[in-house]
Design a protein around this ligand. Structure first.
Ligand code: HEC
Ligand code: HEC
Length: 222
């Protein structure tokens, strides 16, 4: 058998083949599109990172894949892992492989421009889109626990915000919080950085949204 001979004479060759992007049917172009849609808003168009968002450059595909799988499994790897738990929970194995293959070679794609809707949507002058309220009784305690886990790293412990990027939430009415989260959940841009909120809001149920609205309302206005 030709394969057996190769395996005996070049044991590394088979291993390389098995883990190479080709062997796994990895689609770098799909990874690139998904990166632009979902990841670039936080990690930057070239994976350069910014603020609390680490740079993703200089890692092998395997290392990136292992990180993403660790987040999918709910592991804590740094102070902001709950953000990545939200972001990675909807990903499947193929998407993880595609993203990892793309990120490992992100330097070769100097023109990776994030989807315009993800990062710099044209500020809308139209009246705010209206979405029907979630019509659920919000539980502030449950909302508070999600808030402490996921939201404070960007919006601050008391929802005080960190201008110019992260808006203040304290003082918002429950309906305003709900409406914003519902719009982000459907990838509707509201400001320049809506792309950061899309993957987070995408993991929230109607009940989560009602709870968060009720909790934020307890944070007070001043
Ligand atoms: C909403 C902002 C946000 C989005 C969107 C986002 N990330 Fe992250 N990412 C973070 C933060 C914050 C961390 C640091 C998490 C920690 O402390 O463990 C991180 C960490 C990572 C790490 C680990 C880096 C390291 O040095 O260990 C990888 C890999 C990663 N993200 C990949 C991705 C990919 C791929 C996507 C798109 C599917 C993505 N991220 C989308 C915020 C984001
Ligand atoms: C990775 C950082 C990050 C995290 C984590 C995050 N947000 Fe945001 N949030 C933003 C940014 C940036 C904006 C501004 C988006 C824009 O330009 O439309 C925003 C906007 C909002 C708004 C709209 C505020 C307004 O006045 O229009 C609400 C409401 C909100 N976030 C709630 C939350 C809640 C609730 C959580 C936790 C479940 C959360 N955010 C987690 C970054 C974050």
């Amino acid at each position: 058998m030709r394969k057996a001979v190769i395996q005996r004479r070049f044991p590394w060759a088979l291993a390389t083949l098995l883990t190479s992007p080709l062997a796994l049917g990895v689609d770098i172009e799909a990874g690139r599109t998904q990166y632009a849609d979902v990841c670039a808003a936080c990690h930057g168009a070239q994976g350069q990172g910014q603020g609390i968002f680490p740079a993703l450059t200089g890692h092998s595909a395997e290392a990136v894949r292992d990180s993403l799988n660790a987040y999918r499994a709910g592991q804590i790897r740094g102070p902001d892992s709950p953000i990545m738990h939200r972001v990675t929970s909807p990903l499947n194995d193929a998407q993880v492989a595609n993203l990892a293959a793309f990120i490992a070679r992100i330097d070769e794609f100097q023109d990776t421009t994030p989807a315009p809707s993800a990062v710099h949507p044209a500020p809308s002058t139209a009246p705010a889109a209206h979405v029907p309220p979630v019509k659920r009784e919000g539980n502030p305690a449950a909302g508070g626990s999600t808030f402490q886990q996921v939201c404070i790293r960007c919006h601050g412990k008391q929802g005080e915000g960190r201008p110019p990027m992260f808006p203040r939430l304290a003082g918002l009415k429950p309906e305003a919080v709900q409406q914003a989260l519902q719009l982000y959940r459907t990838h509707t841009a509201r400001g320049n950085y809506s792309g950061m909120m899309f993957p987070i809001a995408g993991t929230l149920s109607d009940q989560d949204i009602a709870n968060l609205g009720a909790y934020v309302a307890t944070l007070g206005g001043s």
